[in-house]
Design a binder for this molecule. Structure first.
Ligand SMILES: [Mg+2]
Length: 258
């Protein structure tokens, strides 16, 4: 295929680089080592696109994930906490999504308190380490949809200032306007890289706001149907191997994948 003008590859973490399963499935460390080698090659080639993450994970997790795939040397920021902020691994600096205002900042204190009280009532645990977004994991015997509906009721009064969604493993509460779509727009603005020159890699519904904005939406073989429908290219390989295949396709780097 003809190599298009691609300046940035933006990749989801869970279900793309790491195995899906809410952090309870081991990483394919052999494949991750290969991805790390490939990203190391990319950095040495002049004009080769950069690789950044776009994930719901918290900042400290993002920092470790970027190190795991050798993508912490670049001056391009990654999108963390579902678009709440951008993180620069080389300087450890961060900037918050302009959708987060002083008003949001104040109200999120009350949202957090009520959400944590709800977890005491309904069971489950909150994910530690998030600055703005709140992720609640249901108790083992409770379907995530059930906790989602309970939280919707409990936090009804904050409807104008927050968004509540859920993944396969957690209920996610974010300030309104914060998602991977506004995250990637913010990333485009601060880097000056046009959305059309970005490759997006995602696997589930939460990635759609990002994938629908970038010029080249893609996914690994395990991507959900709604991602496959939107994607310009779906790799025949799953997760990490799919990401390696997608990078090769859009950069033209020949890299032996065994
Ligand atoms: Mg994912």
């Amino acid at each position: 295929m003809e190599i298009q003008n691609v300046e940035l590859i933006i990749c989801d973490w869970e279900g793309c680089v790491s195995e899906p399963g809410g952090g309870r499935v081991p990483w394919d460390t052999n494949a991750i080592a290969k991805l790390s080698d490939l990203i190391n090659q990319m950095r040495k080639i002049k004009g080769c696109p950069s690789f950044v993450l776009c994930t719901g994970r918290q900042f400290p997790y993002g920092e470790a994930a970027l190190q795991a795939v050798n993508a912490f040397w670049d001056d391009k920021p990654s999108i963390l906490e579902n678009g709440a902020g951008l993180y620069y691994p080389t300087t450890k600096e961060y900037i918050w999504n302009p959708a987060i205002t002083d008003e949001t900042d104040k109200v999120m204190v009350d949202v957090r308190r009520k959400a944590f009280e709800a977890i005491k009532t309904f069971g489950g645990v909150r994910e530690l380490g998030k600055e703005y977004c709140i992720s609640l994991n249901p108790a083992e015997d409770m379907p995530v949809e059930e906790l989602y509906h309970q939280i919707l009721k409990e936090l009804d009064e904050f409807g104008d200032i927050i968004e509540i969604t859920h993944s396969k493993s957690a209920v996610d509460i974010t300030p309104k306007g914060v998602n991977k779509g506004s995250g990637v727009q913010f990333l485009s603005k601060v880097t000056g890289i046009a959305l059309k020159d970005m490759v997006g890699i995602g696997d589930t519904r939460g990635d759609l706001p990002m994938l629908s904005l970038v010029g080249h939406p893609t996914g690994p073989a395990n991507a959900d149907e709604n991602v496959r429908q939107l994607a310009e290219y779906v790799s025949p390989f799953k997760t990490t191997r799919g990401v390696i295949d997608i990078i090769q396709r859009y950069t033209g780097i020949q890299f032996k994948l065994t």
